[in-house]
Design a protein around this ligand. Structure first.
Ligand SMILES: C[S@@+](CC[C@H](N)C(=O)[O-])C[C@H]1O[C@@H](n2cnc3c(N)ncnc32)[C@H](O)[C@@H]1O
Length: 213
């Protein structure tokens, strides 16, 4: 599959700088809650610099962490050596997961479904690799439910997407998850200001289940 992700080579370096500041403002706690239900064989898409790795619980047997950005992938490789569970880091994209059908217990997405080039393709891949009863754990920023703020995010998206690694601030990711046939079991919606001076942006944190266990 051709790589349709907009190329912003400096994004990885910038995210490696700002990510730890976001973590200190509350994102680390969001990540801890995100993966609390993780277990068995896990695929984490767009793992970034590995900020989620320290939070994986002991019920996880192995994590395959995919990261297409070389700068972030190198940092994730280092973070994997300190992780409490076995983590393998490799190049890869959410739209083409290197796993057999129905072979994975949990897919984890932390602030990635805003950035994937083809969100519906990425979600279809998660459904394909999850075993029946498997979980998609998601933590994402999403389009505001406020009409004016949502419209402002629509206006901002073309520019923001170019400078922020393909990020779309106006995606209704919870609806997209439901559209691929996953059942959203838990869904928390909250505002979060990722950096000082930044507006509080709508985020979702939750669990979706593949039917058929
Ligand atoms: C905002 S960062 C979040 C990183 C990490 N998940 C975290 O929570 O810190 C977005 C990540 O998505 C990755 N990404 C972008 N397009 C992707 C794709 N098609 N498949 C997988 N990851 C992708 C980027 O390289 C980047 O690491």
């Amino acid at each position: 599959m051709p790589d349709a992700t907009p190329r912003t080579p400096s994004f990885g370096r910038r995210f490696a700088r700002v990510g730890p500041r976001m973590d200190a403002r509350g994102a680390a706690d969001h990540r801890r809650r995100l993966v609390a239900a993780a277990h068995g064989a896990v695929i984490e898409i767009g793992a970034g610099y590995g900020a989620t790795f320290p939070h994986y619980p002991a019920a996880v047997t192995a994590v395959l962490a995919l990261e297409p950005d070389p700068t972030l992938r190198a940092l994730a490789l280092a973070a994997a050596t300190r992780a409490p569970v076995p983590v393998t880091v490799q190049d890869g994209r959410a739209e083409a997961l290197p796993a057999a059908d129905a072979s994975i217990d949990v897919v984890v997405s932390s602030l990635v479904l805003c950035s994937v080039a083809e969100q519906s393709a990425a979600l279809a891949e998660a459904v394909r690799v999850l075993r029946p009863g498997g979980l998609l754990l998601f933590y994402e920023h999403v389009r505001s439910a406020n009409r004016v703020l949502g419209a402002a995010e629509d206006l901002l998206t073309p520019l923001w997407s170019r400078i922020a690694g393909g990020c779309h601030p106006n995606r209704d990711t919870a609806a997209a998850i439901a559209r691929v046939g996953l059942t959203v079991q838990d869904l928390e919606r909250f505002g979060f200001s990722a950096l000082p001076g930044n507006p509080r942006v709508a985020h979702i944190l939750g669990v979706a289940v593949k039917a058929g266990a």
